[in-house]
Structures are given as C-alpha cells and as structure tokens.
Design a protein around this ligand. Sequence first.
Ligand SMILES: *[C@@H]1O[C@H](CO)[C@@H](O)[C@H](O)[C@H]1NC(C)=O
Ligand SMILES: *[C@@H]1O[C@H](CO)[C@@H](O)[C@H](O)[C@H]1NC(C)=O
Length: 588
Amino acid sequence: MLWRSGFVLLLAHLVMATPLARRWSDFTEKHSWVQIPKGWELYSEAPSDYTFDLRIGLKQNGMEELIENLMEISDPGHARYGQHLTQEETEQLVRPRPESTEAVKVWLEAHGLTDDDVVHRTGGGDWVTVRVSVHQAERMLGTKYSVYHHPRSGEKVVRTLAYSLPRELHSHIDVVAPTTYFGTMRSMRATSFLQPEIKAIDNSVDNSTLDVDATVPSSCATTITPACLRALYNTVNYVPSQTSRNGLGVAGYLDEFANRADLQTFFRRFRPDAAGSSFTTVRVNGGGDDQSDPGVEANLDIQYTTGISFPTPNTYWSTGGSPPFDPDSETPTNTNEPYLDWINSVLAQSSIPPVITTSYGDDEQTVPQDYAVSVCNLFAQLGSRGVTAFFSSGDFGVGGGDCRTNDGTNTVLFQPAFPASCPFVTTVGGTTRVNPEIAVSFSGGGFSRYFSTPSYQSAAVSRFVAGLGATFNGLYNKTGRAYPDVSAQGNGFQVVIGGRVGSVGGTSASSPTVAGVFALLNDFRLSQGKSTLGFINPLIYSTGSSGFNDITAGSNPGCNTRGFTAGTGWDPVTGLGTPDFVKLQQLV
Ligand SMILES: *[C@@H]1O[C@H](CO)[C@@H](O)[C@H](O)[C@H]1NC(C)=O
Ligand SMILES: *[C@@H]1O[C@H](CO)[C@@H](O)[C@H](O)[C@H]1NC(C)=O
C-alpha cells in the first residue's frame, strides 16, 4: 500500500510539472463562505501530501422525473399510489448522462487519477469517490485547503472556505465533498438531553404491572413510558402480523452504541411482553458496537422504536465517525461525510426497512446549499424506494443561540434546521402533558431558506401564514418548506442507561415514537395486501390529516422572541399534530 501511494504522489508531481490544459483551469466558483463557520477556527495549512477521499456528486439525468414520480406514487388520489420503485429502477433514474460521466473521467485523468484511484462508485454511477492528495484536490478545485479546529468537540478537519470547478463541469457536477461543509458526525447535534430535573420512575421498585390498557395513566403528564405512548397514540390493541416483511431502522452517529442488556432491563420494566426480543446492529463505515458504552441517544431511540413497534424487527445503524486528523499518518483518511456515506450505503441495499428515524441535524445555514440539495435528493431516492424517513425537528424552537446569519451581515433571523427542512423527509416536533397534549417549548419549527414550499403543504402553510399577519415579518421565509409535519411527546422519556432509569427529553424522543406508530401502520397495510406507505407527506396533508390529534396550545420560543404559537390546523410548532393509530388505520 505504501509504495502505491508513493507512486500516486510521484504521478501527481509529474502532472504538476505540466500546466493544466486551459479546459481544466478555467475556473468558476461553486460555493464559498464569507467567514469561517461558527464554532470552527483556522488551525494550520493542510499538508500537501495528506491524502483523503473526495466525493463527486454527478448531475443525475432523471432527478426531475424521479421527483415527479415520487409525488405521484405518494399521492393517495393517484392511480399509481404505493407503486414504489426497485433499486434498479431508482438507479436508472439517477444515472448521469454519458457526457457527464465522460467529462468527469477526462478531468480526473488530467489530474493523474484513473479507475485505480476510484475507491467507490454508487450503483447508478452518480457518486464517485476518489482518493486524492491535498495537492491534487487543490489543483482540481482551484482552491486551498486548510486544517480547521472545532474546540468544543476537539475535532480537526481539512476543509476550504471556497471551491471552484472548471467552467464546463458545472453542468455535469452538483457538489464535491469534503469542501465547504464543515459538519462532521462529531459536530452534528443529537437532539436529546438528560433531564435530571424530572425525577425518573423509582429505580428500585420493579413495577412489572404497569397498566397497559387504552386509558392514559396520569403519570404520563410528567414521565413517559411505552405504556403512555401506546395509550396516547392508540396502538395498544394492535397485534402486528407481518414481521417477516416489515422493519424499522434507526440511524446512529457520534459513536453512540445501542445497548442490548439495557434493552432487556427496559423491556422487563416497561414492555414485559417484549422481553427476550432484540434488534440487529449494522455497522456502516467502521462504526463500532461497544456494549460497555451505552449511548443516551442510541438507547432512547432503540428502546422507544422497539417499545412501540414490537415485534417488528428493528435495525440500528452504527455509522463511523471521521477519524481524527493526523498529518503524519501514512494511511489515507476516509473523511466520512455525515449523511452521504450512510444514505448511499442504505440505498445500495436491495431491501431497506420501510421506516427510518434519525435524530441528528445542523443549522441549515451551516450546510452549503449545493450539499443540502444533493443530500435532500438522496432522501427523495429513499422515498421512491417506499421508505418513510423521519427526522427530529430540533430542540431550539425557532432558533438557538444568537440566530445571526453567517453571510457577513450578522442579521438576526429564525434559524431552520437541516435535514428537517428537506421537503422529502417527514419532520417530527415535540409535545408534552396529557389531556390535552400541548407543544413542548423546545420543539424546533420554521421555514427553509433553501427549499420552497412543496405543493403538498402549500394550503396548510398559507393558512397559517395568513393568520400570522405581519408578526415576525422578515424573520422567517414565507415561501420556504415549513416544518415540523407532525409531532409526538418529547419530555421525560424513561430510558434505561447502564442499568438505571433516567429521564431524557428532546424531539429525539418524538421521532422514534412516530416511527414506531408508522411501522405498525405499515404492518397493517401489508396485512391488507397493500404496499408500505413510503413518503407520507402528500398523504398526511390531504386525506390523512384527520388521523392526527390537533395540538392547539403552546409555543416554541427562540431568537429572543416568543416563537410561533400552536393553533387549530397545521402550525410550525407541532405540525398536523400527534398520530392516532386507529384513525390512521381507517385512512391508509
Ligand atoms: C410502582 O409501585 C409502587 C408501589 O406500588 C408505587 O408507589 C409507584 O407509584 C409505582 N410506580 C409507577 C411508575 O407506577
Ligand atoms: C425563501 O425560500 C426560497 C426558496 O424556497 C428562496 O429562493 C429564497 O431565497 C428564500 N428567501 C429568503 C429570504 O431566505
């Protein structure tokens, strides 16, 4: 391996000696920041012989067609409703035009990169990963890479504040990474937090007889257990029967490990009929599975997806974090890209769990738009394959921190979150209390600055915006994709961590809850000889909207404002409301 990378470097130096053909040095800018992204600081120059994996997202020839098709097969009124695509059909649509594949190949060759340097290519050929040195990447992208430091996480990464592409490649390439997106698995936010102020259910007493019936225990006003959620969302009496064909997946990052012993303790305590059952851990990109190091987020997610969907098979994806930057390392660095690596590895499977929940995100403004659009299109692919992708809406109301923009003007604006703002995912906000449920104050909600309002929600959103009048004018984007779509409890979840019960809160708790309910709905659809629900937004904003409990009180303060207020109908605090399984059964 060593001599080979030496050989590549030698080639690189030979290429460097000859000036690039004008075709490949005629640069125009692809993306740039006016300042170093918040939380990061310049550390040093990037060593020119440091090698890493560069991902090139080629323009997908049939993406418009794929999205059109997605909207048809997700529209309950359409003749082709529920006719999901196979892996092959999806790959056919995302295949780049031959001219694009060829132009990129010739460009790579001009930089001394051949098929031997391609470390990965997706089935559709739309994502190509090549191993390059900093020196090569800088010549390819007309840029200068540096090492940046994130003091809070201690992480160092090799990134740039701007990158370009040869003029003729702009029509062939959507995005190149890593370049200007500084987010990494380690710096992404998990939206859960321990709540020591909420007293956990007594750890010493084994209440194996927690009532499981259709009435909501009064304790659910402060502490949430599967019994609360099953009663609140009306799943208590449903018995799944399609477990050999159904599934639910939890995406995990940040070295968060889901603990199998804790799950058994949790089941014995809160879901006795599930005791003895478990979940499958799938490792992505060197993700670990350290059973001596249970993660709060991972345990929360898996205990509540299984706690609601039992006996539906559950999968936990443990996605590897990027290895620490080490300029002296002899081995090339696979700078894992959050989302890209995980989702491309899921799309490469012929069979995918039909419901997936993810509890991680970033402020939308920290994600370059070209990167955000490319990732969002990958979620459209998941939807085409018949998968419902749930994301938590974030735990900072309309925005956390000072809410200032990073465009150099420091304007205060509400700060939407990504991927919550992607129109092809279903975003879940938070509630609390019972009889009635109200919005929980941290529930993330808002309007995208990158993605416009999709047609499926335009009526609901314009009703809300009209009702708001001039309030918050200029702070939010009236024509943006608005979220959350739905909501569920997000406070005081009883989670077993290291053998002990603790209280955990966040929209991180809400997303697995809704995922559990929809996994049961898929079971019901499959039992009726129908397909899985797939991308649900066009359904839930139309014929499915009466299947939700409308939440009409509470607000989501942030950015030194009182935030949006929940009211009748859709609102950017609790979306359409919380699911009622029995009502939804009638509507799907
Ligand atoms: C557990 O049982 C004890 C004794 O019956 C009772 O005092 C306590 O409230 C119970 N806890 C829960 C969460 O039901
Ligand atoms: C609002 O969203 C649209 C796209 O959805 C975007 O083009 C526009 O720039 C956004 N406006 C603001 C002020 O962010």
